[in-house]
Design a binder for this molecule. Structure first.
Ligand SMILES: [Zn+2]
Length: 494
């Protein structure tokens, strides 16, 4: 599904001037609206994410990426997003490994732009610039790019040592890093020293629950914020730092390179398909064809068997995460443009079996790594089943805490957090559903019932938005609320 063309974008379209790819990308990003929302919702020195007082660890990280903190965090944040777009960074890292011909084709400039957007999709999208159709823009939902990172961190913790070595070898080769024998020895030593920590802190069941929470927040609210559970281990020391080999998240940083590799190549494949003469006729067939091209590009551009194997595995991890998100997604209007991930995976299995340019030994190695990952992810899914059966969700549980601790900011402070790391579209929908539930319950509850307190806390969000006359946030919220209100029958809505 392509992002909505909201009225502000549509107005700019009507300008007679042709837009370049980067100009069109800026329209799609709709930064102004996003920051306006964020500023509206930031409680001054609120509970939790205090955006007026940047914590020390974040200051350090900002310094590393070259963004010296402003007196106002929002300005700093805007600067980072403008100058350090994760999607274009990942894109360029992947394109570097393509053939010279493809590198030329995917060179960023006036005819091609790549960036992150605040949509709640798991997949990216390719746009042709209106009135200037030779120009293209590839957008990746910022959440999906970060989600693959955090999930890879979690998945990597319990991968077998042999497979870990395979990923590391392939990654070092891909980025041209020569890992020394000392690093390897350090990795073995540090890994064995960490065994207790792995068994205790990173117990398998705990990792499974964290993965479920991370994916649920994305499916439910479109949110992908940093995993609290892993926070003590961020930032990961850089290459060459003696603390990096054997670090619990070293592997995740490696795996995600291959996961995002498939993600990026899939979008590149759409551009290649569009320019070819044998474009499939149905939208799902186009997606399968893009997967096929992305998959084979991953294998052919790799210079070593290990890289080929990991490129295959990266595609399967990406689609396994997509499948997990699909299982959790219950938004009635949510219709993905892409076919089900399960189907995409079976097609890639067939592709792998029939891929002639891959020698039998490498093919077997790829199959066994994919099988191991599949087994691992299925086990993580089963171990977190109990969390999927509970009716509680982050909106309800955060609200309960705010009421129990008599601190409204606990709930209200989540709104800017959800906005920073998420997609406003899902948030508006969820708030509307929750508001209707509370209104229904309040209509029959006694005046002293806590449901009234909850409703008044929730209504502060709508009131804050209404006061912000320059923003169309209130219209967005009300559109979802009115639709939800007309759908739910009083008292029977759950
Ligand atoms: Zn696609």
């Amino acid at each position: 599904m392509l992002p909505d063309l909201t009225s502000d974008v549509a107005v700019k379209f009507s300008e007679s001037r042709k837009l370049t790819a980067p100009e069109f990308l800026n329209l799609l990003k709709r930064h102004e609206q996003f920051y306006d929302w964020l500023v509206a919702f930031i409680p001054v020195n609120g509970y939790g994410s205090n955006l007026n007082d940047v914590p020390e660890w974040l200051r350090d990280q900002l310094a590393i990426v070259g963004a010296s903190p402003d007196s106002n965090f929002i300005n700093t944040f805007k600067k980072i997003l403008d100058s350090f777009d994760i999607a274009s960074w990942v894109f360029e890292e992947q394109v570097k490994q393509m053939s010279a011909e493809l590198q030329e084709k995917f060179k960023l400039g006036s005819t091609l732009a790549v960036g992150s957007t605040y949509s709640c999709e798991f997949n990216g999208a390719v746009w042709k610039v209106p009135k200037n159709e030779e120009c293209r823009v590839i957008v990746f939902p910022i959440g999906a790019m970060l989600l693959t990172q955090y999930c890879s961190d979690l998945i990597g913790i319990h991968l077998k040592f042999k497979s870990s070595e395979l990923f590391l070898d392939a990654y070092f080769k891909a980025i041209g890093y020569s890992s020394s024998g000392i690093e390897r020895a350090l990795r073995i030593k540090n890994s064995s020293l960490r065994q207790c920590e792995i068994l205790d802190k990173f117990h398998f069941d705990e990792v499974a629950e964290q993965l479920q929470l991370q994916l649920h927040r994305n499916a439910f609210l479109g949110v992908v914020d940093g995993n609290d559970y892993l926070r003590d281990y961020y930032p990961i020391p850089l290459h060459g730092d003696s603390r990096r080999p054997g670090h619990p998240l070293e592997l995740g940083r490696t795996i995600v390179h291959f996961v995002n590799g498939f993600f990026v190549r899939h979008e590149c494949a759409h551009i290649l398909l569009d320019e070819s003469n044998d474009m499939p006729t149905t939208s799902h067939e186009v997606e399968f064809a893009a997967d096929r091209i992305a998959f084979s590009l991953g294998i052919t551009q790799a210079s070593t068997p290990q890289e080929k194997v990991c490129a295959c595995a990266g595609a399967f991890i990406f689609l396994s995460l997509g499948r997990w998100v699909e299982e959790l997604n219950d938004m009635p209007e949510y219709k993905s443009s892409h076919p089900a991930s399960n189907e995409r995976m079976s097609r890639l299995r067939i592709e792998l079996d029939n891929f002639l340019e891959l020698d039998p030994t490498t093919k077997d190695l790829a199959r066994s790594l994919i099988d191991e990952l599949d087994w691992l992810i299925q086990r993580l899914w089963r171990k977190s089943t109990h969390l999927r059966n509970s009716s509680s969700n982050s909106l309800i549980s955060t609200m309960q805490r705010a009421v129990d601790e008599k601190n409204h900011a606990i709930f209200l402070d989540q709104v800017p957090r959800w906005l920073i790391f998420g997609a406003p579209k899902k948030l508006c929908y969820r708030l509307a559903v929750y508001r209707c539930q509370l209104e229904n319950a309040a209509s029959t509850a006694s005046p002293t019932d806590e449901v009234h307190v909850k409703l008044s806390i929730l209504m502060q969000i709508y009131e804050t938005a209404k006061e912000r006359t320059s923003s169309n946030l209130y219209d967005f919220l009300m559109k979802d609320y009115n639709r939800q209100r007309s759908q739910c029958t009083r008292g029977t809505n759950e």
